[in-house]
Write a protein that binds this ligand. Structure first.
Ligand code: AFP
Length: 310
């Protein structure tokens, strides 16, 4: 079943359904840029963003595409994007706020490793974007990988749709996704080994233990695009860990438009997330581009890591 027909058959809030259709259109445009016009989209734009990170051409292209799609929807009040210091005001009477990372995993664009787009949808209120993630109404990500896949969580359900590249329709591929309670995959950038909390090293060392037959018990996987690392672990069971490091004392990942939507999808898929101090979804942000340490994955694995901190 394609996404449009699927949504017609569901009783979800119609405004949220329309936002999903906006994301559908935008992500198909981004898919086309990556897969059909790739010569024009690779490489750096020569600019730096407010976080002093190099901006790739595709970061700007994806940002413009999604802002254009959302600007056609009068229920969207404003957009917060990783690529813009300030929010982009769209419709004064709009009810919803969209926080997005239009192109997650930028450093992977030129080397043909999956990248993604991430979206968090909140209702507008006096706190504007500075609301805890538990108040999200909808969260979604798209992976542009070996196939293009759109995953979203709405009203306690998580679905995944895969793009049919001939008809350019998203077709339901996973209904009611649930993450296994336990897993064998750990995802961490081991380049940070000497600058992270010893308790995390202790946990990772346990993952590296062999069983009584001398076989490994876990496997390490980290591609450097949060969406891709999370998606694999969500489906197969695993843990993703991006802690504080000595040069990134607040962690690497952005709370509002990276961690919150992933944490919301994880929660609805029966997985768990934490900053190692508190549940990600209960953090009230104080800044729009705030970073946080982030751990997300199978319940038993996250609980085991947390047990080292209690
Ligand atoms: P970019 O989108 O700026 O490339 O960052 C990707 C990311 O935010 C996330 O997708 C990765 O999990 C993480 O950074 C990788 O960071 P390291 O390169 O420090 O491992």
């Amino acid at each position: 079943m394609n996404l449009s027909n699927f949504l017609k058959n569901k009783n979800y809030n119609s405004e949220l359904k329309n936002i999903l259709l906006n994301i559908q259109s935008g992500s198909i445009e981004v898919y086309k840029k990556i897969n059909e016009e790739n010569n024009d989209v690779l490489g750096s734009s020569g600019q730096k963003n407010i976080q002093n990170e190099e901006v790739q051409k595709l970061d700007i292209i994806a940002n413009d595409i999604f802002i254009d799609c959302f600007s056609k929807n009068s229920t969207i009040h404003s957009v917060l994007s990783e690529e813009n210091e300030d929010t982009i005001d769209l419709s004064n009477s709009g009810k919803y706020l969209i926080a997005m990372d239009p192109l997650d995993g930028s450093s992977n664009i030129d080397v043909n490793i999956p990248v993604g787009s991430i979206f968090s949808i909140l209702e507008n209120n006096i706190n504007h974007f500075l609301q805890a993630g538990k108040h999200q109404k909808l969260a979604c990500y798209v992976i542009y990988g070996t196939s293009t896949v759109m995953v979203f969580a709405i009203e306690n359900d998580v679905f995944s749709f895969t793009l049919n590249t001939k008809t350019k329709e998203y077709i339901l591929s996973h209904d009611n996704i649930k993450t296994p309670e336990d897993g064998t995959i750990f995802s961490i950038n081991e380049g940070n080994y000497n600058s992270i909390d010893n308790r995390i090293i202790e946990y990772v060392n346990i993952c590296k233990n062999l069983n009584s037959s001398g076989k490994r018990t876990h496997t390490g996987r980290f591609v450097g695009s949060l969406v891709a690392d999370f998606h694999r672990n969500m489906l197969k069971g695993g843990i993703f860990i991006y802690p504080k490091t000595s040069d990134k004392p607040h962690g690497q990942l952005r709370l509002i438009y990276e961690c919150n939507p992933i944490a919301f999808i994880a929660k609805n898929a029966n997985a768990k997330s934490t900053s190692l101090d508190q549940d990600i979804l209960s953090i009230i942000p104080s800044k729009m581009h705030q970073r946080t340490p982030f751990v997300v994955g199978s319940n038993n694995m996250v609980n085991k890591l947390l047990s080292f901190f209690n």
